[in-house]
Ligand binder design. Structure first.
Ligand code: NAD
Length: 290
């Protein structure tokens, strides 16, 4: 039997201004079900990330139905779960935990969220060769999604080359030889598309993540940064006439997929996209994470 109300939340550091509570609670109102979404901010609680297991245990005891997990706990939480969904196991990272029937099951809706946003926002985009900037947490999820979507060849660039190499190795082990390799931003000159998954373009990291001269109109450009929604990279690419995708779709579809997992209800993704657009413009809201 489904619960008549839901208690959910987000564990992470610096998550006070996250949009997730508003996105989930507004969607629950549309379904007419009571749902609370609380932030469990490690910084405010004074809890080190290594103690995420204790926080999860407390949440289980308090009757939480599910939790989102964000930086810096997406990997640390793994050892505290009873089961992993396939995409979370492949990636080795969890952003959603469903607590049901005494079990904690980890999922990764960053992977499914990016895939859905890409399919919706850049349908029929050529996927022979894609260059991705950034091989951190978001980069790993997005790279998995891209290869699942059928990208033939993914070139990974990171200012920390060891990170790009390690992600390429992990992707090669999962998807087979020739699908992913480290490279440089100059590889974009012969690519079909560019995916940006570094923090460049956020207020704290303004600017472009690669020289503008490397862009050309035939290239599609997908952004992962969502605050601000219009980054300098998207503006530059739009001016050139490139097809572009902002980071809001990934943020919304990962939330929608988590909502479905928490409640079993089918989210109204168009309404959630509209909520996100409104919330992202509200200066007091919209955080670094979650
Ligand atoms: P991270 O710190 O884990 O990884 C960032 C990586 O980018 C690092 O490996 C760093 O070395 C590399 N990097 C930095 N500048 C670079 C440059 N100019 N060229 C190449 N590599 C560079 O961060 P993260 O958690 O992966 O987050 C990255 C961005 O993605 C953030 O802005 C975050 O807000 C955003 N994000 C968006 C969503 C969404 O739903 N849209 C989800 C998660 C994260």
């Amino acid at each position: 039997m489904s619960p008549s109300s839901y208690l959910t939340g987000l564990i992470g550091a610096g998550i006070g201004p996250s949009l997730s509570p508003a996105l989930h609670e507004r969607e629950a109102v549309r379904h007419g079900v009571p749902l609370l979404y609380r932030t469990l901010d490690l910084d405010l609680l004074g809890t080190p990330p290594e103690q995420v297991g204790e926080l999860l245990r407390a949440a289980r005891q308090l009757g939480f139905d599910g939790l989102n997990i964000t930086h810096p706990c997406k990997q640390l939480v793994l050892e505290h779960l009873d089961e992993l969904a396939p995409e979370a196991a492949e990636l080795g990272a969890v952003n959603t935990v469903v607590l049901r029937d005494g079990r904690a099951v980890g999922h990764n809706t960053d992977v499914t969220g990016f895939a859905k946003a890409f399919a919706r926002g850049l349908p029929d985009a050529p996927t022979g060769h894609v260059v991705q900037l950034g091989a951190g947490g978001a980069g790993a999820a997005v790279a998995h999604a891209l290869l699942n979507l059928g990208v033939d060849r993914l070139t990974l660039c990171d200012t920390d080359p060891a990170r790009a190499a390690a992600l390429a190795d992990a992707l090669t082990a999962r998807f087979g030889a020739g699908r992913a390799a480290p490279g440089t931003p100059a590889d974009v000159t012969t690519a079909d598309g560019l995916v940006h998954a570094t923090p460049t373009g956020m207020a704290a990291h303004p600017g472009l993540p690669l020289p503008a001269e490397l862009l050309r109109p035939a290239l599609w450009v997908a952004e992962v940064v969502y605050r601000p929604l219009r980054t300098q990279l998207l503006d530059t690419a739009d001016r050139l006439g490139c097809r572009t995708l902002d980071g809001g779709g990934m943020a919304v579809f990962q939330a929608a997929d988590a909502f479905r997992l928490f409640t079993g209800l089918e989210p109204h993704t168009d309404a959630m996209l509209a909520d996100f657009a409104e919330l992202a413009e509200t200066p007091a809201l919209g955080g670094r994470r979650g």
